[in-house]
Write a protein that binds this ligand. Structure first.
Ligand SMILES: Nc1ncnc2c1ncn2[C@@H]1O[C@H](COP(=O)(O)OP(=O)(O)OP(=O)(O)O)[C@@H](O)[C@H]1O
Length: 441
């Protein structure tokens, strides 16, 4: 029986929602403040948390962070008045499952609960599939993909720290796991840390561990990430989100190669390779005073750049088919491929969420597909909207740059490049000649 926690300072409302959910067979607890909620979440596992967006003792956003930290698999449903819908949408970006406007409609509530439980099941089994091994790893054939592979092969066996730079969803964590797998540390742990998700008051204890009784709530000894990754690899995801203070502590550990758990006098030697990832320019963050230059250089002994999907057009359909195969086996379906309209739309789309976005779109479409091929009907409409394509030629000054970028993006395929530039092949040839743009052999 799924366990649900309701957090709302409106006592009557809490009791009504509790009664509705209990009638449908769920086991429900309710609390009226964040402080109480924290205690409950520490002690018990909940499949779903319903919480009000505005609570007297903390913001709903803070609460999402905390729940995601303590219980990453718990699905969070935000309850909100109409005035707060923008914030509610923001909460989904932060990891909430969905929001529901107040006053609640009982059918909507029960539907949402079922959806949240279904998704939680999906996520759990998929995580196992993805993380038990990297068998789903796919390299791509474009030039940027090939040089990424070359660099990964080169740096993996070395002890060098690696900084992986790329937009969200491009596969930074996947690349980090690949580096670990190809390193001499492959049979030791790979510990991934989402640097943005750790509440600041817990950072030291999470990284370095603590001893029992060192602060309220330290009910037993805790092993920190560094010790847990001993002999293996520590992956610091979104490293730009670490506070300045934590950056100092981290740098010290990396230089001195030992940690001191909170509340302990004992220094524990550590042997850990660090791989960090970021989707922002850390040198710019440094200029703004948010990131320490010394730590940047310590992490950036070698840099891997993962290009966004829109800049490796030749890989797009290969990845789409790769994800289709995965989705077929995951959903026990046998969809053959994508129809021509969908393929075209995939190539033209700008993929702001990169591989993660594509994987989700393909999985959903595979589930919905009725025939042998995925059609426009199963794909979100935004993929078919006319791109405000920044390749379009609008002035002489940007022409050379735009042509060069289009060529690079398409791996120097002139027909594809002409299509991106919205000119015909012949015009492209003329322009190449006119501007004296040469192509690699
Ligand atoms: N090389 C790859 N082959 C196959 N699938 C991949 C590859 N890289 C990434 N993916 C898929 O894309 C998803 C996103 O990858 P990953 O989590 O590594 O991205 P990320 O860049 O670390 O994202 P974020 O910046 O949001 O943390 C993964 O779940 C994985 O399924």
């Amino acid at each position: 029986m799924a366990k649900i926690l309701i957090i709302d300072d409106d006592v009557t409302f809490c009791l009504m929602l509790k009664a509705l959910l209990e009638k449908s067979g769920y086991k429900v607890s309710s609390v009226f403040s964040t402080a109480e909620a924290k205690r409950k979440i520490e002690k018990q596992n909940f499949e779903i948390v319903f919480t009000d967006l505005r609570l007297p003792d903390t913001s709903g956003m803070e609460l999402i962070k905390l729940i995601k930290k303590k219980a990453p698999k718990t699905q969070i449903i935000m309850m909100t008045g109409y005035a707060d819908i923008a914030t509610a949408i923001e909460s989904i970006k932060k990891g909430a499952f969905n929001y529901i406007p107040k006053p609640l409609n009982p059918d909507e509530v029960l539907n949402l609960v079922r959806e949240a439980l279904d998704q939680a099941e999906g996520v759990a089994s998929e995580e196992n599939q993805d993380y038990s091994s990297l068998s789903g790893y796919f390299e791509g054939v474009s030039r940027p993909a090939q040089s990424l592979k070359e660099y990964i092969d080169l740096v993996s066996p070395t002890p060098m720290s690696v900084l992986i730079v790329g937009e969200s969803g491009t596969g930074k964590e996947y690349a980090a796991r690949k580096v670990h797998e190809l390193s001499k540390r492959a049979d030791k742990p790979f510990v991934a840390v989402d640097c943005g998700a750790i509440p600041s008051e817990l950072v030291a204890s999470e990284f370095f561990g603590h001893v029992k009784g060192s602060f309220t709530g330290a009910i037993s000894d805790k092993t920190g990430y560094f010790e847990a990754a001993s002999g293996g690899t520590l992956f610091l995801d979104e490293v730009g989100n670490l506070s300045y203070n934590t950056q100092i502590q981290l740098l010290r550990v990396l230089q001195e190669r030992h940690v001191k758990p909170v509340g302990s006098n004992q220094e524990i030697p550590i042997d850990v390779r660090v791989i960090a990832a970021t989707n922002e320019d850390l040198l710019k963050a440094h200029e703004k005073g948010r990131f320490r230059e010394d730590l940047y250089h310590r992490l950036n002994e070698f840099q891997l750049n993962i290009p966004p999907l829109r800049e490796r057009k030749t890989d797009i359909l290969l990845y789409a088919n790769h994800f289709l195969e995965q989705a077929n086996s995951y959903l026990q379906k046998s969809v053959d491929g994508f129809d021509e309209n969908v393929e075209r739309a995939f190539i033209d789309y700008h993929w702001p969420g990169n591989l993660r976005e594509m994987k989700n779109i393909v999985k959903r479409a595979t589930l919905l597909a009725r025939g042998k091929f995925i059609t426009k009907k199963e794909i979100p409409a935004e993929l078919f909207k006319q791109n405000s394509d920044d390749f379009a030629l609008f002035s002489q000054t940007n022409e050379v740059q735009a042509i060069q970028r289009a060529l690079k993006t398409t791996d120097y395929n002139k027909s594809e490049a002409a299509r991106l530039l919205k000119i015909d092949r012949k015009t492209l040839y003329n322009k190449l000649k006119y501007y004296n743009i040469s192509l690699p052999d």
